[in-house]
Design a protein around this ligand. Structure first.
Ligand code: ARG
Ligand code: ASP
Length: 713
């Protein structure tokens, strides 16, 4: 009953944003609200979670390769993260003969683990608030001068840390520059692949189920951190030894109950919770729909071809997944913003703030004016960046234009040239010029259609006819060197890239005559001159005001517990295991089971196939200790933890700090949580540790890994 009241209040009253801590929030681990966590059921202390002086849970949590999160689950540096986080590495080790993406990979012992040069994990050794030192002396300065002094102060702060040779310090702003924190980071560089299930488990449901609950995905993979013989970071060497962590997470296979306390410990990437109503409105009505529209066109054409042709399917698998990922997220975000009346609530909140503190009115008035003035530029920017990203011909052309500029500007050293050629060669491996010509033609038509005349280069309005475009772009593409279809010096960029680049002057002369580069160049120039400069000018002013607005919100709304927007630093989100009520009369349970995998099973389907061995385990009900009270194996579950991109791979922990799940997604109806967390629909989705261990044990037969872990029954 009490919970119901709070929920109702959250729906009706804007003032309830004061409940943000209870529902949502990504907290800096040195500033946890221990009392509320304990009220919700936590049995450990804030010090158990983060203590720079002695081993604590934070010593088991790392940022994985700069993007995802991972955690240590054995005294020998065994690392758990998502399948989609290790995807690139699994793909790199795969070949037609050893297709680990399709079949999975399991090292038989440590000697069988596979090195991944370039992959890193970051530990956070310490966090210090350094606001005073960073902002010292800046109060009376404005704009550029304040910025310069802040930069100097940050350097001084960094130099003040006594570091070990393997440590570095990074200083980051939070609350739009109202506060600063310093992070002491240790980076390990020898990270080996230990195991991954087949995609039919690790990516089960693929794009159709992505962002969707109920979910049945075993989205996990395992790596191991290696160190030198002193347990310190080292480049890959066969002499390196498994890293001995200060702390590792015990893995719980206890049954879960709805309302159990849980927290997520990881590296959320970016959220924008404190924007004015006008900014949210623009995202909802302008920016997201523009980006969705561009991707829709690209995805449709790619998908048609991928379904018809296996080679294209494989080449575009990973690109398609990443384009589709945010396409789908933005659709959910727009729906959720509308449904939760995010703009209406923010507007009332602003009224409430102004009533308490009239000084806020000029800030909001000015922000309203700035966003209105910026709107056409912001919209063009959204179209331009999405079109030039998804029309690969344009992004290629832009790279070659940069090459010409840096060559002619005398900046093209041998190293830069080699790096450029290597990057291109990698790109061409997964590229189809013919397919791309079609996508590019369609997106150019869309750009010409959606862009006001004053932002378009001369002649661009003739691109509005899709069919004419397709013929025209195909003609250019067929003859162009940059698509790998036209040749120079008797070679193409796909057959022998070095030969094409053998005489850069000859290449540049050819490129300057290439209509693809000419159109791309015209488009870029007109974008830069008509849009970007103006957009940035307005954005700088918005950023400065957003800092003021943030400070005013914090000083005026005393009831609200503020947490800083995500910025890829270590955070704790806490909540409860919980189902949800996303639509009238629709109730989602908090847990899915293996039976649901079988319900979704479509033999031979590219998204919903199930490996025969898993079907056999299901038929034999060979579940061992991994079944729960229902008699089936739990697969995924949801909770009210506030998470975002970057939290993938984060540990979900219970009241005792045991690992109970692996975060990997959010529920579609709640993805507006990046802008407006709503307790009714915002849920994070995790793989149940029981499913992970079941797959490792019964499916992969990798018992040697289980023996390393501390399993809590
Ligand atoms: N939606 C999840 C996240 O943003 C998982 C993405 C990976 N899966 C996929 N089908 N693309 O990253
Ligand atoms: N799937 C996301 C990730 O890869 C997590 C999320 O956005 O909820 O980090």
């Amino acid at each position: 009953m009490k919970r119901r009241n709070i929920l109702l209040a959250a729906v009706i009253l804007p003032a309830v944003m004061a409940f943000s801590q209870q529902y949502g929030g990504m907290w800096i681990p040195t500033e946890l609200n221990e009392k509320e966590m304990k009220d919700l059921g936590m049995k450990i202390s804030a010090k158990d979670i983060f203590d720079p002086a002695k081993p604590s849970i934070k010593d088991a949590v790392v940022q994985f390769n700069g993007g995802c999160t991972a955690e240590i689950i054995s005294p020998q540096g065994l690392l758990l993260t998502n399948h989609h986080c290790g995807y690139g590495q699994i793909q790199k080790h795969s070949s037609v003969g050893n297709d680990y993406l399709t079949d999975g990979f399991w090292a038989k012992n440590m000697n069988g683990e596979l090195p991944n040069p370039g992959v890193t994990v970051d530990f956070i050794a310490d966090i210090k608030e350094v606001t005073g030192a960073v902002l010292a002396g800046t109060q009376k300065l404005d704009g550029k001068n304040a910025e310069d002094l802040i930069k100097k102060n940050i350097e001084r702060v960094r130099a003040g840390f006594k570091l070990e040779p393997w440590q570095k310090v990074v200083v980051k702003p939070v609350y739009y520059g109202n506060k600063y924190y310093a992070y002491v980071i240790e980076t390990y560089k020898d990270i080996r692949l230990v195991g991954a299930p087949p995609s039919s488990i690790g990516k089960f449901g693929s794009d159709t189920d992505n962002w969707v609950w109920p979910r049945h995905t075993g989205d996990f993979s395992m790596f191991r951190i290696y160190a030198d013989k002193n347990n310190k970071p080292a480049e890959y060497s066969k002499d390196n030894v498994p890293y001995k962590p200060k702390y590792f997470l015990p893995v719980s296979i206890k049954d879960k109950q709805e309302n159990d306390f849980t927290f997520i410990f990881g590296f959320p990437g970016r959220t924008t919770e404190y924007l004015p109503a006008i900014a949210v409105e623009k995202i909802m009505t302008d920016i997201d729909p523009a980006m969705i529209g561009v991707r829709e066109v690209a995805l449709k054409t790619l998908n048609d071809k991928m379904r018809a042709d296996d080679e294209t399917r494989i080449k575009y698998a990973s690109k398609y997944a990443s384009v589709a990922n945010y396409w789908k997220k933005w659709i959910g975000e727009v729906e959720g913003l509308k449904k939760s009346d995010a703009v209406g609530k923010k507007k009332s909140y602003e009224k409430m703030l102004i009533a308490k503190n009239p000084q806020i009115k000029p800030t909001i008035d000015r922000l309203n004016a700035l966003y209105a003035e910026q709107a056409p530029y912001a919209l063009n920017r959204a179209y331009y960046s999405e079109v030039s990203r998804n029309a690969e011909t344009l992004s290629l052309a832009n790279q070659y234009i940069n090459f010409i500029q840096s060559y002619e500007g005398g900046k093209m050293t041998d190293d830069v040239m080699t790096a450029f050629k290597n990057r291109l060669a990698g790109f061409y491996e997964n590229y189809s010029g013919e397919l791309d010509a079609k996508v590019t033609a369609e997106l150019l038509a869309l750009y010409a259609e959606k862009t006001p005349e004053k932002f378009l280069p001369a002649n661009f309005s003739q691109l509005k006819d899709v069919q004419k475009n397709i013929d025209m772009v195909e003609n250019w593409s067929k003859q162009s060197v940059i698509t790998g279809r036209g040749s120079l010096n008797g070679a193409t960029v796909t057959s022998d890239i070095n030969k094409v680049f053998a005489n850069p002057q000859v290449l540049i002369a050819n490129l300057k005559n290439d209509p693809l580069l000419q159109w791309a160049g015209a488009m870029r120039n007109s974008y830069l001159t008509t849009t970007e400069t103006k957009y940035n000018e307005l954005q700088n002013e918005i950023d400065a005001l957003q800092k003021t607005f943030m400070a005013q919100q914090m000083s005026t709304d005393k009831d609200r517990q503020f947490f800083p927007d995500a910025n890829s630093t270590l955070r704790v989100a806490y909540g409860q295991v919980k189902g949800s009520n996303p639509r009238d009369a629709v109730y989602y349970g908090y847990q899915t089971h293996l039976d649901g995998v079988i319900e979704k099973y479509v033999p031979g389907d590219y998204e919903f196939d199930v490996p025969a061995k898993l079907v056999n385990l299901y038929n034999a009900k060979d579940y061992g200790v991994y079944k729960d009270k229902t008699g089936s194996v739990p697969v995924n579950f949801t909770a009210t933890n506030h998470t975002t991109g970057g939290n993938s791979g984060s540990p979900a922990l219970d009241a005792h700090g045991n690992l109970i799940g692996l975060n990997f997604d959010r529920q579609w109806e709640g993805t507006m949580s990046d802008i407006n967390f709503d307790p009714r629909f915002s849920r994070n989705i995790m793989v149940d540790t029981k499913y992970i261990l079941f797959i490792v044990d019964k499916y992969a037969d990798a018992k040697w890994l289980l023996n390393e872990m501390k399993i809590v029954k």
